[in-house]
Design a protein around this ligand. Structure first.
Ligand code: ADP
Ligand code: ADP
Length: 218
């Protein structure tokens, strides 16, 4: 469960978060929908403890990560899409991250399989497309087998098959009882992915409804 209580954060005169207030429940896929600049990434960074709010509180399963980055086994996250670089192979990159978190190599191979990168695990990161980079980012998010998974615009850079694959992955994670929180600026994407929708604009929650209520206009 993620609980966000009246988060506010300003960048100069811009309110990135203006009393953001919502709860993300386990066992379903919750979509975080809003136009660019609505405050989705900022909310996620604050939840992860990578960014500080001016006021308010965010907790993950009751814990506040304000002063320490959330550990991989509590919450796994994919933040903004960017291409990976460097001469390390995908497998070595994951093994390095896993090792610093006390996670073994067997789990690395498991997550590589989950994200469909087994066949290219020995390729160097600089050869990876944006879509492959996104899959690697999702592999990192899943490394710690976290109860809470948070993905910021995971469909970015993926082709239609990749987007369908993400949807199925999110469904599986929710069915296992995990808390799944996923952002998008596209309603068309959310309609096919989410069970519950938190709609935001200008740093505030505009609607917090089940997908069926949203679609029927209730
Ligand atoms: P979203 O993820 O919904 O696109 P963001 O959380 O990235 O929205 O941004 C919310 C607002 O905060 C935007 O107006 C954005 O320009 C501003 N903002 C975000 N990060 C920074 C930053 N590091 N410095 C200045 N302004 C920022
Ligand atoms: P560092 O590289 O500073 O030693 P870590 O080993 O903790 O940090 O993290 C390695 C990589 O995993 C970094 O790219 C970091 O952004 C990412 N990371 C750290 N914590 C999380 C998390 N909870 N969810 C997803 N990625 C994370």
């Amino acid at each position: 469960m993620i609980e966000v209580e009246y988060l506010s954060k300003h960048y100069g005169s811009i309110a990135a978060l203006d009393g953001m207030n919502f709860t993300v429940r386990p066992g379903i896929v919750t979509g975080f929908l809003g136009p660019n600049g609505a405050g989705k990434s900022t909310s996620m960074r604050v939840i992860l403890g990578l960014d500080k709010a001016d006021s308010g509180r965010a907790t993950v399963n009751g814990k506040d990560y304000r002063d320490l980055a959330a550990p991989l086994h509590e919450i796994g996250a994919l933040l903004e899409a960017k291409s990976v670089e460097g001469s390390r192979t995908a497998r070595n990159q994951l093994r390095g991250i896993a090792a610093t978190h006390g996670i073994g190599d067997a789990r690395v191979d498991e997550v590589l399989h989950m994200v469909g990168l087994t066949d290219v695990a020995h390729h160097r990161l600089r050869t990876f497309s944006l879509g492959m980079s996104q899959r690697l980012g999702i592999a990192i998010a899943l490394l710690g087998d976290p109860a809470v998974v948070m993905l910021d615009e995971p469909a970015n850079g993926l082709d239609p098959d990749g987007i369908k694959w993400i949807r199925e992955l999110l469904r599986g994670l929710a069915d296992e009882g995990r808390t799944v929180f996923v952002s998008s600026h596209l309603m068309s994407e959310m309609a096919l992915t989410a069970d519950h929708l938190i709609v935001v604009g200008a740093g505030r929650v505009l609607a917090d409804v089940s997908m069926s209520e949203f679609v029927s206009g209730a």
